[in-house]
Write a protein that binds this ligand. Structure first.
Ligand SMILES: [Zn+2]
Length: 109
């Protein structure tokens, strides 16, 4: 899996925050952020400007590090759930096809 460059990561930060990233990119994005302080800082700034303001307005306390980690974890978990659903769907489709084939063989043969 090709690593994303800092330039690519910083370009797609708005997509990540807007939940517009594709599953494959989410994993690469989060991996890069976890190992790159400068991109993490950039993400923090953009996250703060999009999410933090609503916290300031409501007056609730805001732990940026915790919020960001939580956000990235949720994005990864969402991606995993989607993959699991897709895998389940493939299994069901295969089973359905198998059943149809069996029925066809029994009734047609
Ligand atoms: Zn970077």
């Amino acid at each position: 899996m090709r690593q994303l460059s800092c330039k690519e990561v910083q370009r797609i930060i708005p997509d990540f925050l807007g939940e517009g990233l594709r599953g494959h990119d989410i994993v690469r994005f989060v991996e890069h952020i976890k190992s790159c302080p400068s991109c993490k800082e950039e993400l923090s700034i953009q996250y703060l400007s999009s999410e933090g303001i609503s916290h300031l307005e409501t007056g609730t306390s805001f732990n940026l590090e915790k919020e960001l980690t939580g956000y990235m974890d949720r994005a990864l978990k969402y991606r995993q759930r989607k993959l699991q659903r897709r895998a389940a769907l493939v299994i069901y489709e295969t089973l359905a096809l198998l059943i149809i084939t069996v029925i066809f063989l029994y009734t047609g043969g």
